[in-house]
Write a protein that binds this ligand. Structure first.
Ligand SMILES: O=c1ccn([C@@H]2O[C@H](COP(=O)(O)OP(=O)(O)O[C@H]3O[C@H](CO)[C@@H](O)[C@H](O)[C@H]3O)[C@@H](O)[C@H]2O)c(=O)[nH]1
Ligand SMILES: O=C(O)[C@H](O)COP(=O)(O)O
Length: 326
């Protein structure tokens, strides 16, 4: 089976996306709203370069409705800079439902981002791109507006030097556990667009396992044909060190193994633990770091969700005239 792959050009230009959006409504006849959500922790040097083109090219053309930055306890100027170029900024600690998250990571930031956003389609974009343009968002959204069978569209890049966790962990793991997704070029990409109705039904692992988990859950719930991928051409981003990659790979492996064992009606053996060990500078010594193993429940399961959705629907949006594939 091949993954639906969009090479474009599709809705690259703001006017094309705005027109495609106007041609859709939700199942209840309301205008379709599109949110761009940026999880960001200490992205002061890059956040303006990500937010500004999306605000200037797309929001001002009515092609998207909001740019939301979820500021994950940044100790730098991320929040102020994001707001200065037009993002709505919410602080991770005060946003969203009051579920205790002892060890927050990117997945928990995304979960709160879905809650705090208003879109029927939610586009995630990392905040650490060194080079970015708004066609990346346009290209992700276009297939969802045009193809009712898609729930999730993930980015890949024909020009990208990287993907250490992807090549050494994600791709081998997908080959084993989800061979039908083996054609995905960047299964861990942080750039993707998803229907809100699907996102709200997903469990979110709190840490780095989330990108894999989204694919896994959508493939199991809707089938692999509900997943597409689109070429965003290039990616240049801030690289983490090997300790970062090590934690990322561990949390990904943990989530994948847990998912697979649960599918067999089993749990992870207790003795497996959840501590990542890497060699310390002192020979023979190790540095131990706890992995984030918490899972955030599907938003639809929260008692406050119906009220949150009711308020969301009163939020202003553009007008439109046909039906959004649900
Ligand atoms: O606890 C965290 C970790 C990350 N981020 C933000 O999430 C984005 C991606 O994080 P980054 O450290 O740049 O991730 P990468 O090492 O580049 O990881 C890649 O691979 C990950 C999965 O393994 C994906 O989740 C990422 O989106 C993808 O860019 C950035 O805006 C971060 O500021 C947070 O807000 N909180
Ligand atoms: O996406 C990945 O595989 C990594 O997490 C980040 O990639 P990098 O090697 O470009 O930092």
């Amino acid at each position: 089976m091949t993954i639906k792959t969009f090479l474009g050009p599709g809705t690259d230009r703001p006017q094309e996306l705005a027109a495609a959006k106007r041609a859709c409504t939700t199942a209840t006849g309301a205008p379709v709203r599109i949110s761009v959500v940026v999880p960001a922790r200490n992205c002061a040097s890059t956040i303006e370069g990500v937010v500004a083109p999306v605000v200037e090219d797309l929001r001002e053309a009515g092609a998207i409705d909001e740019v939301l930055v979820v500021d994950h306890d940044s100790t730098d100027d991320t929040a102020r800079r994001a707001a200065r170029v037009g993002a709505r900024v919410v602080a991770f600690s005060s946003a969203g439902p009051t579920v205790r998250i002892p060890d927050s990571g990117k997945g928990s930031v995304m979960w709160k981002g879905v809650w705090a956003s208003h879109g029927d389609i939610v586009v995630f974009v990392d905040g650490d791109h060194l080079r970015f343009d708004s066609s990346k968002v346009s290209r992700l959204v276009g297939p969802l507006l045009r193809d009712a069978s898609l729930q999730h569209v993930r980015a890949f890049y024909d020009d990208y030097e990287g993907g250490r966790t992807t090549e050494t962990m994600a791709r081998p793991m997908l080959s084993l556990l989800h061979p039908e997704l083996g054609g995905m070029r960047q299964p861990l990409s942080g750039e993707h667009a998803t229907r809100r109705s699907a996102l709200a039904r997903l469990v979110f692992p709190a840490g780095w396992g989330t990108e894999f988990s989204i694919l896994d859950q959508i493939a199991r719930r809707y089938g692999a044909p509900a997943i597409g991928q689109v070429d965003l051409h290039y990616k240049e981003h801030v690289k983490g060190d090997w300790a970062h990659i090590s934690l990322q790979a561990f949390e990904l492996l943990y989530v994948a193994l847990r998912t697979e064992l649960r599918a067999q009606g089993r749990e992870l053996p207790e003795h497996w633990g959840s501590v990542v060990m890497t060699p310390a500078d002192q020979p023979g010594e190790v540095v131990r770091r706890p992995a984030r193993t918490q899972e955030l429940p599907p938003l639809v399961s929260l008692p406050d969700w119906p009220e949150r959705e009711r308020l969301r629907l009163t939020w202003p949006g553009a007008s439109a005239s046909a039906t959004l594939p649900s």
